[in-house]
Design a binder for this molecule. Structure first.
Ligand SMILES: [Fe+2]
Length: 395
């Protein structure tokens, strides 16, 4: 039986090697004044930015650009918006990792407002954004957050009172996502690993979420298939293979769509407080917690009898997928769950995903993290003790 579901907006998607070239014929449809939001260095180092600007100039497109070298903070967004508010911009284009595409999304939304983004962040301000924005095109250069397909921009303020909170509205989904795996080839192994683990976490968490639907299941499952086939290669011998990068890019794109529609679980519920309190990449938090949190969820589901059967079966389906088996036998459900945990542990080790301690997180910080953790749409209810043990296991 197919249960009821709502499915949010998704961008127009332009996917494939070389598809960046379509940008130049798309821009004039929006107008001739463009603000580019780009990353700190990789586009420059690869020579790609010079290539892009030469083409823009040859087509007489007027553009400005800003560089984002860290996760976007409220002041970064406010300052950028203040700088460009009086310019007649027709389009925002962000080319970069998740921080850059989130920044572009937030800038496009806040250029229509006079006050600070803080007023509109969930759990921080008390205003609701109305969804008005300057048209926005997202072009990811990493395969991770799926931000090119989501309706929220994550904004971070670091420190003891730090937070990672979202600006969110259905209309903030990018107008167009151009996903070109050629842009991901220069992404270094450690970043590819953390981003890939984040994307897989998003797919897994949305697949086992109580809010999952037939449509998100289909997309999450196909995303997990491509990531499982390519994640180790993307960080080693296949880093320059555009087909490997395309598999990862597809998985990441699907993860953005599924998380926006089915929600996430405890790993992302921990990623918010950990990322707000400590300067640690989002992908590392998710990647490092993935196997332990999945193990904990499975252990609790096993003891829930018929109540946990569906979510346990879904974990088993992922375990079977990761073992390249597509039909699971009922009596092997627990074996496939074990195999899922083992594969995730292998990925964590082979991809050398850092422990939390490397970023200054200590035993004394764990209670504060647990206190701020959010279960989100986790498939089981976890006690504070359960959550604490997940964090401790990766300290
Ligand atoms: Fe994530």
């Amino acid at each position: 039986m197919i249960s009821t579901f709502n499915f949010a907006n998704i961008p127009q998607i332009i996917f494939g090697a070389g598809k960046l070239n379509e940008l130049y014929s798309i821009i004039p449809k929006f107008g001739n004044e463009v603000l580019f939001v780009i990353g700190g260095s990789s586009l420059h180092q690869s020579g790609k930015w010079n290539e892009i600007t030469a083409i823009l100039e040859s087509k007489s497109i007027n553009f400005s650009s800003i560089s984002i070298s860290s996760e976007p903070s409220p002041s970064l967004i406010d300052d950028t918006v203040a700088r460009f508010r009086n310019k007649p911009l027709n389009l925002i284009v962000a080319i970069g990792g998740g921080s850059v595409t989130d920044a572009g999304k937030a800038i496009s939304a806040m250029l229509t407002k006079e006050d600070s983004i803080k007023n509109y962040l969930e759990g921080v301000g008390n205003k609701i954004h109305d969804g008005k924005k300057i048209p926005y095109i997202a072009i990811p250069t990493t395969s991770g957050t799926g931000s090119e397909a989501t309706k929220n921009a994550v904004i971070s303020e670091l420190g003891p009172k730090g937070f990672k909170k979202s600006l969110r509205h259905d209309n903030l989904v990018p107008n167009i996502a151009i996903v070109d795996p050629e842009l991901m080839i220069s992404c270094p192994p450690s970043v590819s690993a953390a981003c890939g683990m984040d994307a897989f976490t998003q797919l897994l968490e949305s697949y086992v979420s109580p809010k999952a639907s037939s449509i998100t299941d289909a997309l999450a499952f196909s995303g997990m298939k491509y990531i499982s086939e390519n994640i180790l290669l993307a960080c080693s011998s296949g880093a320059s293979d555009v087909n490997v990068r395309a598999g990862m890019a597809y998985g990441s794109l699907m993860s953005g769509i599924t998380l926006a529609n089915a929600g996430l679980g405890i790993i992302h519920g921990l990623a918010s407080p950990i990322g707000g309190l400590f300067n640690i990449p989002h992908g590392v938090v998710c990647g490092t917690l993935l196997s332990e949190a999945t193990k904990t969820n499975i252990e609790i589901l096993k003891n829930q009898g018929s109540k946990g059967k569906l979510a346990l079966m879904k974990h088993a389906q992922i375990g079977a997928l990761l073992s390249s088996e597509y039909h699971i036998e009922e009596e092997k459900i627990l074996d496939y769950c074990t195999s899922l945990i083992e594969t995730l542990e292998i990925w964590t080790n082979d991809l050398k995903i850092d422990h939390l301690g490397k970023y200054g997180i200590e035993m004394k910080d764990v209670d504060k993290i647990v206190e701020k953790a959010d279960l989100k749409n986790n498939p089981v209810n976890l006690s504070n003790e359960n959550i604490k043990n997940i964090v401790l296991s990766r300290l």
